[in-house]
Design a protein. Structure first.
Length: 434
């Protein structure tokens, strides 16, 4: 066994630069807490000439990943290239060559994680991914070790800083969605193509990983209901506040006797809840379990420094295990529970409904009747002034708890009523406490 842990980094972008910066800044602490010194030996990237603002003196820079994979001195391969195809091939080759792997690739793990973990176990290697969820929030370590004795009941998470920033700006400054998105792009919080963030893909990848660890079962990404924030307006955010709520793009995972709920969508959360106070690009994960009770984990969900620090934490874990000289222990078991994801129609919660109605006698009564026929009862409603364009009246209702299938069936009837001008708009309400 060598007296140090050698690292090969593939992908020298924002997170890779943050990782290198963390290794340089905290060298003494990292080595003291890892059991073995950590040495960055090689960096592979298509661009090895552009300055990153970190010192790479003594580190080999190369365009060839084989310089890492074929180097017997390298113990840990860090994959930070993103995507799924190339990254999958890289991780497989690294594990098969006897190297531990650290990755921040939530998309790949959401689709093919169990397969890769099975390979890691077969080869006796580590596959670590703290940086894949929550940036600098150590939620994977928390679920894996810190609260592993707790039976998790539910997880609610704000897991995408771009979407949360956009919603914060829409609410605080009354911006429309498009203006808030352009501002997020100008500040570097949103990509030129922001689809994965604003349509909930990124959040869905992350809740798949959290669900698999928390509930000990495999979760298919295709079974996760997903809805983005593009249809939200400042009107919706203002009405939510009037009703005592705030709208967040929320990841939800809940355990039931009959399986799991795993879903991603905008949701109203009470203004009194801790998660409602999470603003800007920050992330938060609210976990409830037995006997833990409620707990919230909060911090920077993205950015080179925070995510790079999470990558380094995984490298340190690999170093500790190497120092022990034993078979690598991943601590991930997705097979001890046989839980399936329930259809979205079986979800039960309260709802926010936005309707545009003609100012005619009996229309509201017809709407109430259509809801009542499906067993959906109205908890409150607010009627606004007529809409300037066509004199329709915006009406916002909240319901008592009902199944998704019942609400959708009722709204299908409501949409066909003569006095209903537009397709009804629905948001779910999550009555979180604390």
């Amino acid at each position: 066994m060598s007296e140090k842990v050698c690292v090969g980094l593939v992908g020298f972008g924002v997170v890779g630069t943050g990782m290198v910066s963390c290794l340089l800044r905290n060298t003494e602490q990292i080595n003291a807490r890892s059991g073995l010194p950590v040495s960055l030996k090689t960096i592979a990237d298509l661009d090895i000439t552009t300055p990153r603002g970190v010192d790479t003196q003594g580190v080999r820079l190369t365009n060839q990943i084989d310089d890492i994979l074929n180097d017997p001195e390298i113990d840990v391969v860090v994959e930070l290239v993103g995507g799924t195809d190339f990254a999958h091939t890289l991780i497989v080759k690294a594990l098969e060559s006897g190297k531990d792997v650290v990755t921040a690739n939530k998309a790949l793990l959401a689709y093919r994680g169990p397969e890769l973990f099975e390979l890691a176990e077969k080869k006796g290697r580590l596959l670590l991914f703290e940086a894949a969820v929550g940036g600098g929030i150590p939620i994977i370590q928390v679920l894996r070790n810190g609260i592993c004795s707790t039976e998790i009941i539910s997880i609610h998470g704000i897991l995408n800083g771009t979407a949360n920033y956009i919603l914060t700006r829409m609410e605080e400054s009354g911006l429309d969605f498009q203006t808030a998105l352009i501002e997020a792009q100008a500040r570097g919080y949103a990509e030129a193509d922001p689809t994965f963030d604003i349509e909930g893909h990124d959040t869905a990848h992350k809740i798949v990983l959290l669900s698999e660890i928390a509930f000990g079962t495999k979760v298919s990404f295709d079974d996760v209901y997903r809805e983005g924030i593009t249809r939200l307006t400042s009107f919706d955010l203002n009405m939510a506040q009037e009703l005592g709520y705030r709208i967040k793009l929320l990841a939800v995972a809940k355990r039931h006797d009959t399986g799991l709920e795993v879903r991603v969508h905008p949701a109203l959360v009470p203004l009194s809840s801790q998660i409602a106070a999470v603003s800007g690009v920050f992330n938060a994960i609210f976990v409830e379990g037995n006997p833990l009770g409620p707990a919230m984990f909060y911090g920077q969900g993205a950015g080179g420094d925070a995510t790079g620090a999470a990558v380094v934490a995984d490298i340190m874990e690999a170093a500790r295990q190497k120092a022990c000289g034993s078979h690598r222990q991943n601590y991930y078991n997705f097979d001890h529970q046989n839980l399936t994801v329930r259809p979205m129609g079986e979800s039960i919660c309260s709802y926010y409904l936005k309707l545009m109605l003609q100012d005619e006698p009996g229309v509201l009564a017809q709407v109430a009747a259509a809801l009542g026929d499906q067993g959906v009862s109205i908890a409150s409603f607010i009627q606004q002034d007529p809409h300037a364009e066509h004199q329709a009246i915006p009406v916002v209702m909240t319901t008592h708890c009902a199944s998704e299938s019942a609400v959708l069936a009722a709204l299908k009837v409501v949409h066909q009523l003569d006095g209903v001008v537009e397709e009804p708009f629905l948001l779910r309400i999550e009555e979180l406490e604390g």
